[in-house]
Design a protein around this ligand. Structure first.
Ligand code: PMM
Length: 269
């Protein structure tokens, strides 16, 4: 059965009044709802990695995520920390996180691999070529899936050399990271090359821009593609990724993806 990672982003929103308490409370409540809907891991992040996003300092990042992780762990939920920072990863593991999810695969912070090795946590390695501010400048490929697989293999080697056992590794092709529009479909079409690397594979398409672009092209009207349409497209890509043999999918709307995966599993028997 393909696992579902539920996304818990702890970033200030327009409703939260900037109040730290409210932000933490909302994030915990949201996480527990995703857990009840079928998430087996909650992926907690305090820094947006969206295209063009500004970086936040590790102090602010930790103020956001640590209290949320502590409460989710106290409720018995397996937690992953979504961060580029070794210091935040270490603090999160001390607070009870079991997995460090680094979309840069250890490239953004030179201390990351040593921190993960020492922590004993699992390590999710993303395919990445540069920070959000200019990542599309690096979106040049000849054969996307093959190059992504090759670069992930290098990251896996570096992690192993740093003392992180292969059984603790998870690889992720980094949908949307240094990949534009159709290049993301090329990666998904070639998922078997990622699965063939050996480690568990995680894929995150949820609500991403390339899905909205695809739906936009197919739209009858010229409307902005709504969140619910992006969630439906996410459920379909997650189902197809499950068919391709991935271990887990990372999504915002757990309920729709859970239904889609139930259909896949009924189909495959
Ligand atoms: N995408 C985002 C953030 N973290 N982590 C992994 N492992 N894989 C992803 O594809 C990924 C990630 C960006 O999406 P969000 O801002 O909607 O959470």
């Amino acid at each position: 059965m393909t696992a579902i990672w539920g996304i818990v982003n702890v970033t200030p929103d327009s409703f939260s009044d900037g109040g730290r308490y409210l932000e933490v409370d909302r994030a915990v409540a949201h996480g527990l709802r995703l857990r009840a809907e079928g998430a087996s891991v909650l992926d907690v992040g305090g820094e947006s990695t969206r295209p063009g996003a500004e970086r936040v300092g590790t102090e602010v990042e930790q103020q956001r995520v640590i209290p949320v992780i502590e409460q989710l762990v106290a409720a018995g939920v397996p937690v992953s920390i979504d961060t580029l920072s070794a210091a935040t990863a270490a603090a999160a593991v001390r607070a009870g996180a079991r997995i460090v999810n680094d979309v840069s695969g250890g490239l953004a912070d030179p201390d990351m691999r040593a921190a993960v090795a020492e922590s004993g946590a699992d390590f999710a390695i993303g395919h990445w070529r540069g920070f959000s501010a200019d990542m599309y400048a690096h979106a040049e490929y000849r054969r996307v899936a093959r190059e992504v697989a090759g670069e992930l293999q290098e990251r896996v080697g570096e992690a192993a050399a740093s003392g992180i056992a292969p059984s603790r590794l998870i690889v992720d092709p980094g949908i949307g990271f240094a990949k534009a529009g159709a290049q993301n479909w090329d990666v998904l079409r070639g998922l078997d090359e990622i699965v063939a690397l050996g480690p568990r594979v995680l894929v995150g398409t949820s609500r991403k821009r390339f899905l909205a672009e695809t739906l936009q092209h197919d739209s009858v009207g010229g409307d902005e593609v709504s969140e619910s349409r992006r969630d439906l497209a996410t459920a379909v890509t997650s189902a197809l990724a499950a068919r391709a043999g991935v271990w887990a999918v990372r999504v915002h709307d757990v309920a729709s993806t859970r239904d889609a995966l139930a259909v896949v599993h009924a189909w495959t028997g």
